[in-house]
Design a protein around this ligand. Structure first.
Ligand code: 6AU
Length: 276
């Protein structure tokens, strides 16, 4: 697997997808393949956690629709933090509807996701029209889309031919699809003759990462950064509760310490993968 052993910097150099290139460059610059998922419901907590983890991440992942006191100022402050700490923003919207509906959900409503989120994701379940619908809004803005080819949860239905078809859909829309939410590299998956496709470089962003526990009692399954980056060849580790802990009793030093810990583990695993 050629891509697996290339450095992030080498992959950034010629990457045709704007958002993928930006993310690879950020990873290389900050020596961090950590994305922190900030799944909290209050604006103050949300911004406080992002300011704490900012120095350690390449990407901040949001679920903007869970924030109870959302307002436009939150987006402005998020963008200020993105510049201050040099990270990209990924709204984990998991679009899953017809092209027309997702284009409206992406561009409009209260959240206007496309205007501030560099990266978003979608379930491939509606077929290729979900990509073209989202691309009609995001492509000219230089945004990138991740398809959910697999999920981290126990009993996920996104396996086998579903995953293969997701990869084929992405291959047909490489200008906008930058990669996958998945549990392993997708090189060669669904390719004719089973061969790897050297000219493609999809980024694999992987949730379900934790160092201290194996699950959350609600279907989530955790693997270590080493399992994800070295053994499965993924590119970015996505960590939520493992970093911020209990949002109602925020431990400021603890959040910083955990972010640094996951960043170091993720980078150590990457160096092992590329043979350094
Ligand atoms: O580390 P956690 O378990 O606290 O949070 C994991 C985050 C959550 C999920 O909505 C998301 O990752 N996620 C996704 C994404 C990123 O699309 C897919 C998946 O298969 N599993 C998963 O946990 O915000």
């Amino acid at each position: 697997m050629v891509t697996k052993t290339k450095t992030y910097a080498q992959r950034a150099k010629d990457h045709p997808n704007t958002a993928a290139k930006q993310l690879l460059e950020t990873i290389d610059r900050k020596k961090s393949n950590l994305c922190v998922s900030v799944d909290v419901t209050r604006k103050a907590n949300f911004l406080a956690i992002i300011d704490l983890v900012g120095p350690f991440v390449c990407l901040v992942k949001t679920h903007i629709d869970i924030i109870e006191d959302f307002d436009h100022d939150l987006i402005e402050q998020l963008q200020v933090l993105s510049k201050k700490h040099d990270f990209l923003i990924f709204e984990d919207r998991k679009f899953a509807d017809i092209g027309n509906t997702v284009s409206l959900q992406y561009s409009s409503g209260v959240h206007k996701i496309a205007s501030w989120s560099h990266i978003t994701n979608a379930h491939p379940v509606p077929g290729p029209s979900i990509i073209t619908g989202l691309a009609s809004v995001g492509k000219s803005l230089g945004r990138g889309l991740l398809l959910l080819a697999e999920m981290s949860t126990k009993g996920s239905l996104a396996v086998g031919s579903y995953t293969e078809d997701a990869v084929k859909m992405a291959r047909a829309h490489k200008d906008f699809v930058m990669g996958f939410i998945a549990q392993q590299r997708m090189d060669g998956v669904g390719a004719e003759g089973g061969s790897g496709t050297e000219e493609e470089d999809f980024l694999i962003l992987t949730p379900g990462v934790g160092l201290d526990v194996k699950g959350d009692g609600m279907g989530q399954q955790y693997r270590t950064p080493r399992e994800v980056i070295v053994e499965s060849g993924c590119d970015v580790i996505i960590v939520g509760r493992g970093v911020y802990g209990n949002p109602n009793a925020l431990d400021v030093d603890g959040v910083r310490r955990q972010a640094e810990r996951y960043m170091k583990e993720g980078w150590k695993a990457y160096l092992e993968r590329i043979g350094e």
